[in-house]
Structure formats: C-alpha cells, structure tokens
Design a protein. Sequence first.
Length: 425
Amino acid sequence: MTPIDDHPLRYALANELHARPFPVASSPCTVVFLAIKKSEAAVARDRDEDIAHLINLLDRHGAQHPQPDATHYAGQIGRHWLKWEQHTEFVTYTAITQNVSDRAFNPADFEVFPPDWLMASPGQRVTSAMIRVVPREGDDVVQSALVDWFEPESLAVARVLDDSAICASDFRIDPAGHMRFALFVDEQTGRRRTGRIIQRLCEIETYKAMSMLGFARVKQLTPRISELDAQLTRLMGQMTDNSAHPDELLPDLLSTSIELETLSARCSFRFGATGAYEAIVNQRIEVLREERFAGRQSFADFMMRRYDPAIRTVKSTERRLQALSDRAIRAGELLRTRVDVERSAQNQALLESMDRRSDLALRLQHTVEGLSVVAISYYAVSLVSYLLYPLTKAGISKGMLTAIVTLPVVFLVWYGIRQIRKRLE
C-alpha cells in the first residue's frame, strides 16, 4: 500500500467525536450537577484556572490528574464517579453516587463538592441540580412522590425514550439552592440508556440557564433602547419638518447611530449564544421522545409556556436593535445627502461669484495693460528720441522727431506686451 501523509489534525478531530461519552448509571443512584461560569469575559478566561480547580478536587481524593490541555475528564473520586467538561463559557461537574438518601434531595448529597472548594471556584454558579434516580414502581407511587417532591403548579413530567423512564421537575430552586429532577427508571432500562437520560437532563438545565442570560441582558438594555428609539424618532421628525438645520442634527444623529452600533456589537455574542443554547435545549427535549404522563404537562409544554416567551423577547430585542441601527444609518445617509446638496448649492453660488470676480479682474487687467502700454510707450519714446537727437543737426526739429517715432514705438510696445500675454496664457 502506498504510504500517504495524514493531516496533523486527523486523529484529534476523529477522537473529538468520542471525547465526551455519556455517563453510565444504574438505578438507584444520586446525581449532583454543577455549572460554573465567570461573570465577565468568560470566553477569554484563563482556562488553566478551570483545570487547577479540578485538580484541587481530585487531589482531595487522590485521583489521577487530567491531561495538561484536557477539556474533559471522567474518573472515580472516592465513592463517586465524576465527569468534568470544559465548554466555551463554562465548566460542568457531574458526580454520580450509586445509592440514594432516605431523605429525597438531601442537601448533604451535594457535599461531594466541599464548601471551601466551592468558595475557591474561578467563577460563579450558573446552575446546580440534584437528580434522584429510583426504580419505577406503579403510577400511583410515582404520582405520590411527585406531590411530595415538587411544586404542582409548575411540575413537568413525561414518559421518555419509549416509556423507558419517567422524568419530572418543577424547574424551581429548592431551599438548598439546587434544581430538582426525578427519574423513575424501568427495570428493563439499561445503564447506558439511564446515563443518556441523566446527561440530557443536565444539558437541558445548563443550556436553559445559559440562554436565560440573554434575557437578563435584554431586560437591562430595553430602557436604553427605548430612549434611543424615541431620540431617533425625534431627530427624524426634525429632519422631516426642517425645524432644525442639518448641520445641527447631524452630530446628534451620528452620536445615536454610534451608540446603537456599540450596543449591537457588545450584545452580538450574547444574542448569538442565546440562539445556539435555545436550539440545544429544544433538541435535547426532542430526543427524549416525550409521552404525556397522567395528563400533566411535558417538558416541551413547560418550555413552550415559560421558556419560549423569554427567548422570543431576546430575539425580538435583537431584531429591534438591528432595525434601529439600520434606521439610524439610513437617516444619517439622508441627512448627509441633504447637507451635501446644500453645500453643493453654496459651492455653486461661490463659484459663480468667483467667476464674476475673475471676469472683473480680467477686465481690470486689460485696462491696466492698456495703461501700461501708454506708460511704457512714454518712456520708450523718450529713450528713442534721445537716441535720435543727433539727427536734429540735419534740420529736423526735436518735436518733429518725437512725433515721427511715437506711433512706431507705441505699436511695438503694444505688440510686445500682447505676445508676452499670449505666451503666459
């Protein structure tokens, strides 16, 4: 076989598809989940701090360290199985313990992450969740547990993956500060399928929380966007009724346009990320293949009623900001066109005035040239007369001699000046 060079990234890219395997879990078990994000400049953060924080946790259990540039890690820490993932804006920790506490959603289960370690995290908690995975019994037992564990008004529950399990959550933060999910697993459901369901629930919660950051940004921006909208409308009204001179309106319009462009640039990443996260949330819910349980709302129903309006607000604000920016640009172009037209008219009038002045200057120049012919001729006649004075001895008087040379001298001076002017022109 003829050897061929591999692309240097071939194996790395192929292995990336298998780099984040689903966890493997069996019922009963307890899952605690944590997502950490820096409040500012999360994309440009020092990712070595993320790995250092992970290593701090691993060292407490004597666990093996990850690779130096790792973006994911999975391994055993004590009696817990830990999965760590580094994402564009955040990092996630998932710890699975193969048992459940007598008390449902016991805050002590979260102690796999020590308080002092949490305090030293290089960021802030975006979300945290506890998932209680138990064997599925009768529907009556499931409904009784749901009543005890969740708020009925916002409870979402559904059969998933061809009735392999029942998922439930009220998407509320409990007194311990965590989201609660319950997973009732059928006895025939395999450990890998259970792990996939757990992974999907963690992803739904994480990306839901991350996409809601866009909604929070929109709530901060909306008052200022409304002010800019009113300001732009006022400026365009003044342009329409000519109540202000264009030179006075243009700086205000440019200032408004610059601020709109600045807002758009600062929010473009968050708006784009919100759209991407929302797509992931909907896709993760879709792959669960939900079926209604006991007539209750499903996860998709909950998102449609509670989550989608917030995302539509983000998208609407993004479109509004873009529309305002486009309006400001068009208004600025129109105003600049009006200013250019007025300045063109002023320049035309100035040029006409300059033409008139040039014509007057030309006429004055011709007059001066005529006078200069007379002056030069006067001195030239005098010089020629002095030159020809010896002829007076032949009987020609000085007056007659001067009269004879005057006309030729004047003609020659006029002709010489005219030739000089032609050469200059």
